[in-house]
Design a protein around this ligand. Sequence first.
Ligand code: ZN
Length: 179
Amino acid sequence: MASIRPAALSIITYPDPRLRVRCKAVARVTDEIRRIAERMIAIMRDEKGVGLAAPQVGLDLRLFVCQRPDDAEASVYVNPKLTLAEERVAADEGCLSLPEVTVSMSRARACMMEALDLEGRSIRVEGVDLLARIWQHETDHLDGRLIIDRMSEAEKIANKRIIRELEQAYEKANTRKRR
Ligand code: ZN
């Protein structure tokens, strides 16, 4: 991995192809990884998000940060692996990489997660309700999956204009860059 300047990181939005990558495992939790996580937490808080995955700041790394509104501190999970409980619940989700888009997502109500913490230690934690939902949303990002992949026909129609606008804005920004 080339050296990354955490201060230069910012949120990328759909349809940036970096959001579609199946991210690589983090080989070792280094100071660089800790600095990246710290910067991601700051970005998540600025944007009033409850979670942010590394590909959302353009990084090909299996790592995400999260913080529910009532949590005192943010959490960081490296190389997370989820085991989902059977019960499913649907709820509306948004995504910092898809501003203004809302999709009703059916998710496991509870899940177990194995991951590394920022000291590189293996941890095993259980989440229910919102926490389980955030973990599933963020690990989807690490596999290149977005909430728009699971829209109903009605949601496709409801979100059509905003998705088209995001695509046009991306095209425009990249045509400029190529010149
Ligand atoms: Zn998201």
